[in-house]
Design a protein around this ligand. Structure first.
Ligand code: XIL
Length: 318
Protein backbone atom coordinates (compact mmCIF):
# COMPACT_ATOMS: atom_id res chain seq x y z
CA UNK A 1 0.00 0.00 0.00
CA UNK A 2 2.58 2.52 -1.18
CA UNK A 3 0.61 5.69 -0.61
CA UNK A 4 -2.15 4.43 1.67
CA UNK A 5 -2.15 4.74 5.45
CA UNK A 6 -5.02 2.28 5.64
CA UNK A 7 -7.41 0.11 3.70
CA UNK A 8 -10.56 -0.66 5.63
CA UNK A 9 -14.17 -1.73 5.71
CA UNK A 10 -17.25 -0.20 7.26
CA UNK A 11 -19.23 -2.61 9.37
CA UNK A 12 -22.60 -2.76 11.06
CA UNK A 13 -23.53 -4.29 14.38
CA UNK A 14 -25.25 -7.64 15.00
CA UNK A 15 -28.34 -5.78 16.21
CA UNK A 16 -28.57 -3.92 12.93
CA UNK A 17 -28.20 -7.12 10.96
CA UNK A 18 -31.10 -8.62 12.86
CA UNK A 19 -33.22 -5.58 12.16
CA UNK A 20 -32.47 -6.10 8.48
CA UNK A 21 -33.85 -9.63 8.78
CA UNK A 22 -30.44 -11.30 8.75
CA UNK A 23 -28.80 -13.62 11.24
CA UNK A 24 -26.88 -11.86 13.98
CA UNK A 25 -23.81 -14.12 14.04
CA UNK A 26 -21.45 -14.62 11.09
CA UNK A 27 -18.18 -16.14 12.32
CA UNK A 28 -16.69 -16.26 8.80
CA UNK A 29 -17.47 -12.58 8.36
CA UNK A 30 -15.90 -11.71 11.70
CA UNK A 31 -12.73 -13.60 10.80
CA UNK A 32 -12.29 -11.67 7.54
CA UNK A 33 -12.93 -8.34 9.25
CA UNK A 34 -10.47 -9.23 12.01
CA UNK A 35 -7.61 -9.65 9.53
CA UNK A 36 -5.75 -6.35 9.84
CA UNK A 37 -3.60 -7.16 6.82
CA UNK A 38 -6.78 -6.92 4.78
CA UNK A 39 -8.74 -4.33 6.75
CA UNK A 40 -6.57 -2.08 8.87
CA UNK A 41 -9.41 0.30 9.60
CA UNK A 42 -13.13 0.31 10.16
CA UNK A 43 -16.14 2.63 10.38
CA UNK A 44 -19.57 2.12 11.91
CA UNK A 45 -21.97 2.04 8.97
CA UNK A 46 -24.81 3.42 11.06
CA UNK A 47 -24.12 3.45 14.79
CA UNK A 48 -22.76 6.99 15.14
CA UNK A 49 -25.50 8.68 13.15
CA UNK A 50 -27.81 11.18 14.83
CA UNK A 51 -30.76 8.79 14.81
CA UNK A 52 -28.83 6.38 17.00
CA UNK A 53 -26.76 8.65 19.22
CA UNK A 54 -29.34 11.31 20.08
CA UNK A 55 -32.73 9.68 19.48
CA UNK A 56 -34.44 12.24 21.72
CA UNK A 57 -33.27 15.77 22.30
CA UNK A 58 -30.47 15.78 24.85
CA UNK A 59 -30.68 12.00 25.37
CA UNK A 60 -27.55 10.28 24.11
CA UNK A 61 -27.06 6.59 23.40
CA UNK A 62 -23.70 5.30 22.22
CA UNK A 63 -24.49 1.58 22.35
CA UNK A 64 -24.40 0.94 18.59
CA UNK A 65 -21.50 3.25 17.83
CA UNK A 66 -19.41 1.87 20.66
CA UNK A 67 -19.65 -1.68 19.34
CA UNK A 68 -17.61 -0.76 16.28
CA UNK A 69 -15.36 1.69 18.14
CA UNK A 70 -14.57 -1.00 20.73
CA UNK A 71 -13.90 -3.56 18.00
CA UNK A 72 -11.43 -1.16 16.40
CA UNK A 73 -9.69 -0.61 19.74
CA UNK A 74 -9.55 -4.34 20.56
CA UNK A 75 -8.22 -5.27 17.14
CA UNK A 76 -5.86 -2.33 16.75
CA UNK A 77 -7.66 -0.89 13.76
CA UNK A 78 -7.80 2.73 12.72
CA UNK A 79 -11.32 4.09 13.31
CA UNK A 80 -13.05 6.49 10.93
CA UNK A 81 -16.03 8.13 12.58
CA UNK A 82 -19.23 8.88 10.65
CA UNK A 83 -21.22 11.25 10.62
CA UNK A 84 -21.98 14.24 12.88
CA UNK A 85 -24.31 16.43 10.82
CA UNK A 86 -26.33 14.90 7.99
CA UNK A 87 -29.84 15.50 6.69
CA UNK A 88 -30.52 11.76 6.47
CA UNK A 89 -30.93 9.22 9.28
CA UNK A 90 -31.70 12.16 11.50
CA UNK A 91 -33.62 11.65 14.71
CA UNK A 92 -37.25 12.56 13.88
CA UNK A 93 -37.36 15.24 16.59
CA UNK A 94 -34.82 17.34 14.70
CA UNK A 95 -37.20 17.77 11.78
CA UNK A 96 -40.30 18.01 13.98
CA UNK A 97 -39.06 20.94 16.08
CA UNK A 98 -39.86 24.59 15.31
CA UNK A 99 -36.37 26.07 15.40
CA UNK A 100 -35.03 29.55 15.63
CA UNK A 101 -31.42 30.08 14.53
CA UNK A 102 -30.49 30.31 18.21
CA UNK A 103 -32.17 27.10 19.35
CA UNK A 104 -30.88 25.09 16.38
CA UNK A 105 -27.38 26.44 16.96
CA UNK A 106 -27.64 25.19 20.54
CA UNK A 107 -28.93 21.79 19.45
CA UNK A 108 -26.19 21.29 16.84
CA UNK A 109 -23.56 22.47 19.30
CA UNK A 110 -24.71 20.04 21.99
CA UNK A 111 -24.91 17.17 19.51
CA UNK A 112 -21.51 17.68 17.90
CA UNK A 113 -19.81 18.43 21.21
CA UNK A 114 -21.27 15.46 23.07
CA UNK A 115 -20.66 12.93 20.30
CA UNK A 116 -17.17 14.15 19.41
CA UNK A 117 -16.20 14.27 23.09
CA UNK A 118 -17.53 10.76 23.68
CA UNK A 119 -15.25 9.41 20.93
CA UNK A 120 -12.41 11.82 21.64
CA UNK A 121 -9.03 10.25 21.00
CA UNK A 122 -10.56 7.23 19.23
CA UNK A 123 -11.28 8.62 15.78
CA UNK A 124 -8.58 9.04 13.19
CA UNK A 125 -11.10 11.19 11.35
CA UNK A 126 -14.66 12.46 11.66
CA UNK A 127 -17.08 13.06 8.81
CA UNK A 128 -18.27 16.32 10.34
CA UNK A 129 -20.74 17.28 7.64
CA UNK A 130 -22.12 14.72 5.22
CA UNK A 131 -23.83 15.43 1.88
CA UNK A 132 -24.47 19.18 2.09
CA UNK A 133 -24.38 19.65 -1.69
CA UNK A 134 -26.74 19.16 -4.61
CA UNK A 135 -25.40 17.71 -7.86
CA UNK A 136 -25.04 21.19 -9.37
CA UNK A 137 -22.91 22.34 -6.45
CA UNK A 138 -25.61 24.42 -4.75
CA UNK A 139 -26.53 23.87 -1.10
CA UNK A 140 -28.86 20.97 -0.39
CA UNK A 141 -32.13 21.78 1.35
CA UNK A 142 -32.28 20.43 4.89
CA UNK A 143 -33.55 21.53 8.26
CA UNK A 144 -30.03 22.75 8.98
CA UNK A 145 -29.74 24.80 5.80
CA UNK A 146 -33.26 26.13 6.04
CA UNK A 147 -32.72 27.62 9.50
CA UNK A 148 -29.03 28.54 9.45
CA UNK A 149 -27.91 28.66 5.83
CA UNK A 150 -24.30 27.68 5.22
CA UNK A 151 -23.43 28.76 8.77
CA UNK A 152 -24.46 25.32 10.01
CA UNK A 153 -21.41 23.90 8.26
CA UNK A 154 -19.10 26.42 9.92
CA UNK A 155 -20.72 25.74 13.28
CA UNK A 156 -20.32 21.97 13.00
CA UNK A 157 -16.64 22.18 12.10
CA UNK A 158 -15.91 24.80 14.76
CA UNK A 159 -17.51 22.76 17.52
CA UNK A 160 -15.91 19.50 16.33
CA UNK A 161 -12.45 21.04 16.23
CA UNK A 162 -12.80 22.16 19.85
CA UNK A 163 -14.30 18.88 21.02
CA UNK A 164 -11.69 16.63 19.40
CA UNK A 165 -8.53 18.52 18.46
CA UNK A 166 -6.78 15.32 17.31
CA UNK A 167 -9.36 13.95 14.87
CA UNK A 168 -9.05 14.96 11.23
CA UNK A 169 -12.19 16.82 10.27
CA UNK A 170 -13.72 15.88 6.91
CA UNK A 171 -16.39 17.11 4.57
CA UNK A 172 -17.87 13.93 3.02
CA UNK A 173 -20.14 13.49 -0.01
CA UNK A 174 -20.92 11.28 -3.02
CA UNK A 175 -20.26 12.11 -6.67
CA UNK A 176 -17.11 13.97 -5.67
CA UNK A 177 -14.89 11.71 -7.75
CA UNK A 178 -15.15 13.28 -11.22
CA UNK A 179 -14.36 16.94 -12.06
CA UNK A 180 -17.50 19.07 -12.22
CA UNK A 181 -19.96 21.30 -10.40
CA UNK A 182 -20.29 19.18 -7.26
CA UNK A 183 -16.53 18.91 -6.86
CA UNK A 184 -16.37 22.69 -7.20
CA UNK A 185 -18.94 22.89 -4.42
CA UNK A 186 -16.74 20.78 -2.15
CA UNK A 187 -13.75 22.95 -2.97
CA UNK A 188 -15.88 25.98 -2.08
CA UNK A 189 -16.69 24.43 1.32
CA UNK A 190 -13.01 23.90 2.06
CA UNK A 191 -12.20 27.49 1.08
CA UNK A 192 -15.17 28.90 3.00
CA UNK A 193 -13.98 27.26 6.21
CA UNK A 194 -10.35 28.17 5.63
CA UNK A 195 -11.25 31.81 5.00
CA UNK A 196 -13.01 31.90 8.36
CA UNK A 197 -10.05 30.27 10.09
CA UNK A 198 -12.06 27.12 10.84
CA UNK A 199 -10.19 23.84 10.69
CA UNK A 200 -11.01 21.38 7.93
CA UNK A 201 -8.50 18.60 7.29
CA UNK A 202 -10.00 16.46 4.60
CA UNK A 203 -12.46 15.74 1.85
CA UNK A 204 -14.13 12.33 1.81
CA UNK A 205 -15.07 10.98 -1.60
CA UNK A 206 -17.77 8.42 -0.83
CA UNK A 207 -17.14 6.64 -4.13
CA UNK A 208 -20.44 4.81 -4.64
CA UNK A 209 -20.07 3.64 -8.24
CA UNK A 210 -21.91 1.53 -10.79
CA UNK A 211 -19.89 -1.13 -12.63
CA UNK A 212 -18.63 0.41 -15.86
CA UNK A 213 -19.71 3.85 -14.71
CA UNK A 214 -16.89 4.93 -12.41
CA UNK A 215 -14.68 7.87 -13.34
CA UNK A 216 -11.40 7.02 -15.07
CA UNK A 217 -8.17 6.69 -13.13
CA UNK A 218 -7.02 10.05 -14.53
CA UNK A 219 -10.24 11.84 -13.58
CA UNK A 220 -10.01 10.53 -10.03
CA UNK A 221 -6.37 11.56 -9.74
CA UNK A 222 -7.21 15.02 -11.08
CA UNK A 223 -9.97 15.46 -8.52
CA UNK A 224 -7.86 14.23 -5.61
CA UNK A 225 -5.14 16.66 -6.63
CA UNK A 226 -7.63 19.54 -6.77
CA UNK A 227 -8.59 18.95 -3.13
CA UNK A 228 -4.95 18.50 -2.16
CA UNK A 229 -4.08 21.83 -3.78
CA UNK A 230 -6.10 23.48 -1.00
CA UNK A 231 -3.93 21.78 1.60
CA UNK A 232 -6.38 19.13 2.77
CA UNK A 233 -6.06 15.34 2.69
CA UNK A 234 -8.43 13.04 0.87
CA UNK A 235 -9.91 9.60 1.46
CA UNK A 236 -12.26 7.24 -0.34
CA UNK A 237 -14.74 6.76 2.44
CA UNK A 238 -17.55 4.48 1.22
CA UNK A 239 -16.29 2.67 -1.86
CA UNK A 240 -18.62 0.19 -3.51
CA UNK A 241 -19.31 -0.69 -7.15
CA UNK A 242 -22.79 -2.03 -7.71
CA UNK A 243 -23.97 -4.15 -10.61
CA UNK A 244 -26.99 -2.58 -12.24
CA UNK A 245 -28.28 -5.95 -13.36
CA UNK A 246 -28.38 -9.22 -11.46
CA UNK A 247 -27.32 -11.97 -11.41
CA UNK A 248 -23.66 -11.09 -11.92
CA UNK A 249 -22.06 -12.13 -15.19
CA UNK A 250 -18.42 -12.54 -16.15
CA UNK A 251 -18.72 -9.28 -18.04
CA UNK A 252 -20.27 -7.15 -15.29
CA UNK A 253 -17.84 -8.57 -12.73
CA UNK A 254 -14.93 -7.65 -15.01
CA UNK A 255 -16.21 -4.06 -15.26
CA UNK A 256 -16.57 -3.99 -11.49
CA UNK A 257 -13.02 -5.25 -11.02
CA UNK A 258 -11.68 -2.48 -13.27
CA UNK A 259 -13.60 0.19 -11.34
CA UNK A 260 -12.43 -1.06 -7.94
CA UNK A 261 -8.86 -1.24 -9.19
CA UNK A 262 -8.90 2.31 -10.58
CA UNK A 263 -10.45 3.80 -7.46
CA UNK A 264 -7.91 2.22 -5.13
CA UNK A 265 -5.05 2.96 -7.53
CA UNK A 266 -6.02 6.63 -7.80
CA UNK A 267 -5.85 6.98 -4.03
CA UNK A 268 -2.64 4.98 -3.73
CA UNK A 269 -0.96 7.09 -6.40
CA UNK A 270 -1.54 10.52 -4.87
CA UNK A 271 0.23 11.31 -1.60
CA UNK A 272 -2.64 13.39 -0.25
CA UNK A 273 -5.03 10.45 -0.43
CA UNK A 274 -4.57 8.66 2.86
CA UNK A 275 -6.88 5.67 2.71
CA UNK A 276 -9.76 3.72 1.28
CA UNK A 277 -12.80 2.36 3.09
CA UNK A 278 -15.18 -0.06 1.39
CA UNK A 279 -18.79 0.29 2.52
CA UNK A 280 -18.76 -3.20 4.09
CA UNK A 281 -17.24 -6.15 2.19
CA UNK A 282 -19.91 -8.90 2.26
CA UNK A 283 -22.74 -8.59 -0.28
CA UNK A 284 -25.60 -9.52 2.06
CA UNK A 285 -24.67 -6.55 4.27
CA UNK A 286 -24.56 -3.98 1.50
CA UNK A 287 -26.95 -1.03 1.55
CA UNK A 288 -27.29 -1.20 -2.24
CA UNK A 289 -30.24 -3.60 -2.69
CA UNK A 290 -32.26 -1.58 -0.16
CA UNK A 291 -31.64 1.68 -1.99
CA UNK A 292 -31.25 0.81 -5.67
CA UNK A 293 -33.94 -1.65 -6.65
CA UNK A 294 -32.71 -4.64 -8.61
CA UNK A 295 -29.03 -3.69 -8.19
CA UNK A 296 -26.44 -5.28 -5.94
CA UNK A 297 -23.39 -7.54 -5.65
CA UNK A 298 -21.50 -4.31 -4.94
CA UNK A 299 -18.86 -5.56 -2.52
CA UNK A 300 -15.87 -7.92 -2.54
CA UNK A 301 -17.28 -11.13 -1.01
CA UNK A 302 -20.31 -13.00 -2.36
CA UNK A 303 -22.95 -14.43 -0.08
CA UNK A 304 -21.16 -17.83 -0.02
CA UNK A 305 -17.93 -16.09 1.11
CA UNK A 306 -16.09 -16.61 -2.18
CA UNK A 307 -14.44 -13.43 -3.47
CA UNK A 308 -15.40 -11.31 -6.45
CA UNK A 309 -12.85 -10.84 -9.23
CA UNK A 310 -12.75 -7.25 -7.90
CA UNK A 311 -10.96 -8.52 -4.80
CA UNK A 312 -7.93 -9.21 -7.00
CA UNK A 313 -8.35 -5.81 -8.61
CA UNK A 314 -8.07 -4.20 -5.18
CA UNK A 315 -5.06 -6.29 -4.20
CA UNK A 316 -3.35 -5.35 -7.48
CA UNK A 317 -3.90 -1.65 -6.83
CA UNK A 318 -2.76 -1.54 -3.19
C1 XIL B 1 -26.23 3.76 4.56
C2 XIL B 1 -26.09 2.47 5.35
O1 XIL B 1 -25.14 1.63 4.74
C3 XIL B 1 -27.42 1.77 5.46
O2 XIL B 1 -27.35 0.64 6.31
C4 XIL B 1 -28.46 2.74 5.97
O3 XIL B 1 -29.73 2.12 5.99
C5 XIL B 1 -28.52 3.99 5.14
O4 XIL B 1 -27.22 4.57 5.10
N1 XIL B 1 -24.00 7.70 2.21
C6 XIL B 1 -23.57 7.69 3.51
C7 XIL B 1 -23.79 6.49 4.36
O5 XIL B 1 -22.91 8.64 3.96
O6 XIL B 1 -23.97 6.80 5.71
C8 XIL B 1 -24.95 5.66 3.84
O7 XIL B 1 -25.00 4.45 4.61
C9 XIL B 1 -24.80 5.38 2.36
C10 XIL B 1 -24.78 6.66 1.58
Amino acid sequence: AAGLKYFGAATDTPGQRERAGLEAAYPQYDAILADNDMFGSTTPTNGQKWLFVEPEQGVFNFTEGDITADLAAEQGKILRCHALVWHSQLAPWVEATEWTPETLTEAITLHVQTVAEHYKGQCYAWDVVNEALNEDGTWRESVFYEVLGEDYIKLAFRVASEADPEAKLYYNDYNLERPGAKVNGALRIVEMLQEDGIRIDGVGMQAHFTAGGAPSLDEQIEVIESYAALGVEVALTELDVRLETLPPTEETLALQKEDYKNAVAACAQVDACVGVTVWDFYDPFSWVPYTFEGEGAALLWFEDFTVHPAYNGVIAAL
